[in-house]
Design a binder for this molecule. Sequence first.
Ligand code: SF4
Length: 430
Amino acid sequence: MFPVVLDDLVPVDHVCRVIDAFVDGLAMAELGFERAEAAETGRPGYDPRDLLKLYLYGYLHTIRSSRRLEAECLRNVELMWLLGRLYPDHKSIAEFRRMHVEAVTNAGAELVRFARSCGLIKGEWIAIDGTKFRAVSSRDSILERNALRRYLDSCEKADEEQQATIDPSAVQAAMEKLRHHKEPEVGFIPVARTNAPAYNVQTAVDAEHALILTHAVTVDAGDNRCLLPMAEAASKALEQPATLNVVADAGYSNGEQAGRCEELGIVTHVPATRGVNTHGDGNFFNRSAFRYQAETDCMICPAGKALKRKQLSRKDCAVYYQAEASACGACSLKSRCTQSAHRMVARHLHEEALDRMNQRATPALMRLRRSVVEHPFGTLKYRIFGHPRLLLRGVRGAQTEIGIAVMAYNLKRMVNVLGASSLRQKLTAA
Ligand code: SF4
């Protein structure tokens, strides 16, 4: 007897009502979304609120492509309700995502602030970890880009040495190709037992409910330089608490950054990685057999002799200590210590900070780390992305996609913890 009302088709505890309440509460213009206020002249553009809602809904349902989102708007009842039966075309949908990297990050930070205000984020223990997401560019495209760079470098070198003839048209063509390459930053990173063009996505996760506090996209294959920037970003997201405990795996072992974290009141719990002595088939005294004597700035060897400071290498972050040749020559332990005339031992430039960090990294904390960080990565990669390959090119593109995915993940997590109805009420009241 009565026409169907869209509102009746969407359950009261459906996640799209949560998305609606969250996005409606955002100050879009302040966060940096363009066209948040309709222009006085010309045809009005799509409200960024609608497009953000569309993306959050899409990422929560493993729909990331703008063409698929366009199709969903025409047939999906939940999206018809969420967007008020708006049918944006795929170009407008794609353009919104392309141009709003900072605004998406700011909106994600707003959600984190809200989660803190609800007590869902305690901010006492944070786990940091990184995972790899494949880039859009193919392996061949990156190999060709690298070959072009090598070719241009060799031309420059030959030009300096004035010893070879250079074909200007070939150089011009190579420069043109490089200029138009869509992913100039991405490099090869080990992903699933192979090397592939990929980005390293870093996250800092709060241990209370595994909500992601902050994230970053880097082109570094390793995590070694990410401890301080991620810990600082987490501290900023928590508005600089007096103390913050950070746990991470041995890939983050960086004495210099651990020392800097301590100065900022961030207590790091990371197992330290140290080089293993492979000389003499690994049977020679390891570095741990040598004791540092702070008063004399010497290392004391197993025979009780002092190894004096020989040189400092800032590049290796190490100070090298060397024994007297006369002492080693007369030593009964020499066959277990060195094949050279004297033994040399390296000590990390920030050894004390490394030691303190290592002592704090107990097995229980490493278990806590695993239980906190593995859940978000699994959900991001296989429940939100579907498969861990990005759709947008470049670091900025990756940041936007990960930003939306992290927001979708946090919303999903909050719904699981609080329930959709309760979360919606809190969002509306905020
Ligand atoms: S060989 Fe030299 S460094 Fe090694 S234990 Fe003997 S005296 Fe010490």
